[in-house]
Design a binder for this molecule. Structure first.
Ligand code: AMP
Length: 503
């Protein structure tokens, strides 16, 4: 039996039940999902994909992207989604590190990626557009519509999701079948999803939120989704009356609040708005309730763990908190240096364990070891506390991560690029409050004496080298970076100094 897909099958509604409706009006049933995923699985096997092989995918969002994810699971392969914003420069690292058997990309990107594939010994680089186009689509169309799922156990890998690394190197988080299945099981129950639900899906599907949280929950509930290529306020308000639930990043809710179409009437069929991936401002939480009468349910998770905590469905949803540890998840707050457990309301490092916690970083056994305590708890890198009622709050991030529009940006990766520019001594990249993106990526640069370098030159040099969302929104110049006695750059001082630049 295939652990994850076997469980999806066990929850499967009647074949003619709607699974996905796109914003263009295309309707796909569970029966069509079964035959499409079988066709893609057959096509991948035909290209030489064997159980345990990685299949790297960089595709614009479309139902085919989800079918390819499920096809990989059925074929016992490891699905490896890549952010569509990644440049060839960045893909070179991922393909070299993951050594996928097959890479699937947009037809327009084929030439560059095929060249990378050839260099890294990839068996085939095939294409898929957002419709019925691309070489993989053609192979799938010609393949059989049924497939015998490859047997996989709970600990076998279903996916690798790359997260950025503070050292500048991205790490591949290895997710097992049971990591994904256990979390979907819990969330369906905790958030009360049933076959009657219609989820408004406007998240990207290369990230855990839109891929696993949203899709696996819908599949385990036998429910359906309204599938938008991206968040677009007009489309969201047009489709809201057909939906019952939405999952979003805080930016979605911030944008909806700016819109006069957000009324109790517009949301009257909605039973649940869920927010996560970045902190939801308390003000957004309260304003949303004031305008709709509905309280957003905030939850907390990370790529490496799936979902960890959630505000309750029935109980009090407290603004500024991420709720309680989910059933099966154990969460503690400890002194980061000693590992000693802290008391209620004391701030420290959040550590977690549970069947949802990943299997480690791909080909980084030492890094993996250093992220876990000897008793098996994962050190999340998030700083937080637990109150007397058991609600968890995230106070900050230990790792200096910047979260912009729901995407994680690790400063080091950008600093390395800036530091290479002629005329630059060093740089520090920070996230500062931004009304639209939550945080705006901001660079502080120390230039060589007399160097002819300015904001425009730095931004121009980074364009095309880094994904758009990672590029700084502003660049400032200082004579020196503030440092502590240990020589570490004090980013907190910089954050304070530039905190009002986007307001
Ligand atoms: P990712 O791996 O991209 O899902 O990012 C995980 C990180 O996002 C976590 O380690 C947290 O720092 C942050 N995060 C996720 N959800 C929340 C939340 N509700 N509030 C604050 N931070 C969050």
């Amino acid at each position: 039996m295939n652990h994850l897909f076997g469980e999806i099958r066990s929850h499967m509604p009647a074949a003619d039940t709607l699974f996905i409706e796109t914003s263009a009006g295309l309707k796909l049933s569970y029966g069509q999902m079964m035959s499409a995923t079988a066709r893609y699985a057959n096509a991948l096997v035909g290209l030489g994909v064997k159980p345990g092989d990685r299949v790297a995918v960089q595709l614009e969002k479309s139902p085919a992207g989800l079918f390819i994810y499920l096809a990989c699971v059925r074929a016992g392969a490891i699905y490896l989604p890549l952010n569509t914003a990644y440049t060839l420069n960045e893909l070179d690292y991922f393909i070299g590190d993951a050594e996928p058997a097959v890479v699937i990309c947009d037809p327009a990107k084929h030439a560059g990626i095929a060249e990378l594939g050839a260099r890294h010994g990839v068996k085939a680089v095939v294409t898929h557009g957002t419709g019925m186009d691309g070489t993989l689509f053609d192979l799938a169309a010609a393949a059989a519509p049924d497939f015998a799922d490859v047997a996989r156990g709970p600990d076998d890998l279903a996916a690798i999701l790359y997260t950025s690394g503070t050292t500048g190197r991205s790490k591949g988080a290895m997710m097992s079948h049971e990591n994904l299945a256990s979390n979907a099981r819990v969330l369906v129950d905790y958030w009360r999803f049933t076959g009657k639900d219609v989820l408004l899906h406007a998240l990207p599907i290369f990230h855990t939120h839109g891929l696993f949280v949203a899709t696996n929950v819908i599949l385990f509930a036998g429910a359906s989704m309204l599938f938008l290529p991206k968040f677009d306020a007009d489309e969201v308000f047009r489709l809201l009356p057909k939906a019952t639930a939405m999952m979003g990043v805080p930016t979605f809710y911030f944008r909806m609040l700016q819109d006069e179409r957000l009324t109790p009437e517009a949301t009257k069929h909605m039973r649940l708005f869920i927010s996560g991936s970045a902190p939801l401002l308390e003000e957004t939480h309260r304003e949303f309730e004031r305008k709709t009468g509905l309280r957003i349910l905030e939850r907390y998770g990370m790529t490496e763990t799936n979902m960890l905590t959630s505000n309750p469905y029935d109980g009090e949803r407290v603004a500024g908190t991420v709720g309680f540890p989910l059933p099966g998840v154990t969460l503690r707050v400890v002194n980061p240096e000693t590992g000693e457990k802290l008391a209620t309301e004391e701030i420290g490092m959040i550590e977690v364990s549970g069947p949802n916690v990943f299997k480690g970083y791909w080909r980084m056994p030492e890094k993996t070891k250093s992220e876990f305590r000897p008793d098996g708890y994962l050190i999340t890198g998030d700083i937080g506390k637990i109150d007397a009622k058991g609600y968890v709050s995230i106070v900050g991030r230990g790792k200096d991560l910047v979260i912009t529009g729901g995407y994680n940006v690790y400063p080091k990766e950008i600093e390395v690029e800036i530091d290479q520019l002629p005329g630059v001594v060093e740089s520090a990249v920070i996230g500062v409050p931004h009304p639209d993106f939550g945080e705006g990526v901001t660079a502080v640069v120390v230039a060589k004496k007399g160097a002819q370098i300015d904001e425009k030159a730095v931004l121009g040099a980074l364009d095309g080298k880094l994904a758009k969302f990672k590029q700084p929104k502003r660049v400032f110049f200082l004579d020196d970076l503030p440092r502590n006695t240990m020589g570490k750059v004090q980013k907190n001082i910089l954050r304070e100094q530039y905190k009002a630049i986007y307001s």
